[in-house]
Design a protein. Structure first.
Length: 147
């Protein structure tokens, strides 16, 4: 007879002693102890800021990346309530032209992290041309052939 969430032959794993992740096992086969990660403290919490205004661009810039995108709460340490407030203020500041929607030029102090496939020289045109250049022998000067 099914109990709780068990339906149609599904059994619960509560009694199972083997972990689901095979990499979590140590050399002896025993589960490794996991280190507890400290939760990142939000800038707003650390500085005891209760409310943020859309006109406070200096604070809002801490919560957008160099491309103009909003940073996620897991990166900034914001609580859900703080993240909603920040997102609302960033959207309003963008509408009022205090913050950019998109940053197209990247300054020299912040190099572009991810280049496109053309930056690596690996798109079809370059690959075919590079093979042609390597295989073709260099022509000899006319003076050397006459001798």
């Amino acid at each position: 007879r099914p109990q709780g969430n068990e339906t149609n032959g599904e059994h619960s794993r509560q009694g199972s002693s083997t972990p689901r992740d095979k990499d979590a096992l140590g050399a002896s086969g025993e589960p490794r102890p996991r280190a507890k990660r400290r939760r990142k403290v939000s800038y707003l919490t650390a500085n005891k800021i209760d409310t943020v205004d859309y006109k406070d661009v200096a604070v809002l810039r801490r919560f957008i990346n160099d491309r103009g995108k909003m940073l996620p709460a897991r990166q900034t340490g914001n609580t859900a309530k703080q993240q909603r407030m920040i997102a609302r203020c960033i959207r309003k500041a963008r509408e009022m032209a205090l913050l950019p929607f998109v940053v197209t030029e990247v300054g020299p102090e912040r190099p572009r992290e991810r280049g496109g496939y053309r930056d690596r020289g690996e798109f079809r045109g370059d690959r075919e041309r590079s093979y042609e250049r390597q295989e073709a022998p260099a022509p000899e000067p006319a003076a050397a052939q006459a001798e």
